[in-house]
Design a protein around this ligand. Structure first.
Ligand code: MEV
Length: 442
């Protein structure tokens, strides 16, 4: 069936949008109306709150919200909130947390907290002339013109740290940047940074127009292309690490401590040198990071983009974690670039985000950076631990089994039967269904 474009969809009521969608794409099937509506919250205020986070909202999309307890982070015992749909992620985090609990837990260090943004512009002038204008006139004006915008942030200890002129003409004709660094304290700072940058764009145009440093032809050539923060924050890094004597590594899979440490280090080195493996390795890290990012109302697309850009910073995509096994000591760490906030955005609006932050003891943005890096490291530890010993399917298959059994409406008794049944066998969809039919027909 060919569909027609719709005019004014956003102006329809919620029911109007649903009617249009279901009629146009789902043959008017009432069942689909019900699917959408069964996820509406019965509290109309709570429903409205969620609808207003985004646009054209017709339902809510649930994500499981789980807890990974026993995380000892810099001496504090925390339970991490994790919003994630993938099975085994929360279980893996909890397992790692427990493993490191009696070995001193996780230690973190904030390496730096600088955020970046750019005004990208085209200007047909000689670089040295522009640099002179920037140094002696423009830079000061940029700070002055943003004083109102930065006032609050400055009173909280943040603001614009520095502004530089960057000559990019070797890579693209007449391309320059105003590159600014910011301290946004406890906020992620996207609105703050973008507001400052948009003001930079305006001030740049005004100051160039009024300057006697340039000819009219040069002035006419100035084009501000865009003003936008960078989600790549290589100077906003947190390190999280664990370490213990190889003698204390004790893995329950049956391999020796030395073999475990050796294989684990090989697995990390493979991810350091092999981009195909690094991608999956880092994906696993982000399983842990994103789940806590989402639960705390932060932007997981930003944290993903940043982590992967950083992983490729040396020109070849590589592992975010590293491992050494020198002098009988196993050491495993992550350097994670991550920009998050604990004020602004969803943090005051979404009740579950409020809950998550309260559960974490109302962390500062830096403390949240630490928690996120730990969550990523723990997740990677759990994945590598399984991969170099039993393989990951054992754990995954148990969850897979429960998913199949839930789909089949299995009773608790039937579930217990199947846990025993598959104790020493590989779970397959086909076998679960066949065996379920067999026992139900008995
Ligand atoms: C699955 O979501 C993540 C893993 O594949 C990560 C890894 O292989 O390291 C288990």
């Amino acid at each position: 069936m060919n569909h027609q474009p719709v005019e004014g969809f956003s102006k329809l009521t919620k029911q109007g949008k649903i009617d249009w969608i279901v009629n146009e794409y789902l043959e008017g099937n009432e069942e689909y109306q019900q699917i959408l509506k069964q996820y509406w919250n019965e509290d109309p205020d709570l429903q409205k709150l969620h609808e207003e986070f985004s646009e054209n909202t017709i339902s809510n999309f649930y994500m499981p919200y789980g807890i990974a307890p026993n995380f000892l982070i810099d001496g504090k015992l925390l339970a991490l909130p994790m919003a994630v749909e993938e099975s085994s992620v929360v279980a893996a985090a909890s397992k790692s947390a427990k493993f490191w609990l009696d070995k001193g837990g996780f230690k973190t260090t904030i390496i730096n907290t600088k955020k970046l943004g750019h005004t990208h512009f085209i200007f047909k002038v000689e670089s040295h002339k522009l640099q002179h204008f920037f140094n002696f006139k423009l830079k000061q004006k940029l700070f002055e013109a943003t004083e109102d915008i930065t006032k609050n942030m400055r009173s909280r200890g943040g603001g614009i740290l520095n502004i530089r002129l960057v000559d990019k003409t070797a890579e693209m004709d007449h391309y320059f940047q105003l590159k600014a660094s910011f301290d946004t304290v406890d906020s992620m700072g996207a609105n703050f940074i973008n507001s400052c940058l948009e003001q930079f764009g305006k001030t740049l145009k005004e100051e160039v127009a009024n300057a006697d440093d340039f000819t009219q032809e040069e002035k006419d050539s100035l084009q501000v292309v865009m003003n936008i923060l960078s989600n790549y924050t290589p100077d906003c890094i947190v390190r999280a690490e664990v370490s213990c004597k190889i003698d204390d590594l004790k893995d329950d899979s049956g391999i020796s401590n030395e073999e475990f440490a050796w294989k684990f280090k090989q697995a990390v080195t493979i991810a350091e040198i092999e981009p195909f493996r690094a991608t999956t390795h880092n994906k696993g890290i982000m399983n842990g990071v994103d789940a806590v990012v989402i639960a705390t109302g932060n932007d997981f697309r930003a944290t993903e983009a940043c982590a992967h850009a950083y992983a490729a910073r040396n020109g070849k995509y590589s592992s975010l974690t590293h491992c050494t096994t020198d002098n009988g000591v196993f050491r495993f760490w992550i350097d994670l670039p991550i920009s998050v906030g604990v004020v602004g955005g969803l943090t005051n609006l979404h009740p579950l985000v409020k809950f998550s932050l309260a559960l974490l003891g109302k962390p500062s943005a830096q403390e949240l950076m630490s928690i996120l890096a730990v969550s990523g490291l723990a997740q990677n530890f759990a994945a590598l631990r399984s991969l170099v010993t039993t393989g990951i399917q054992k754990g995954h298959m148990k969850m897979h089994l429960f998913n199949i059994l839930n789909q089949m409406g299995a009773t608790e008794e039937e579930k217990q039967y199947f846990v025993n049944y598959f104790k020493d066998k590989t779970v397959s969809h086909h076998e679960v269904i066949a065996e379920l039919e067999r026992i139900r027909n008995k």
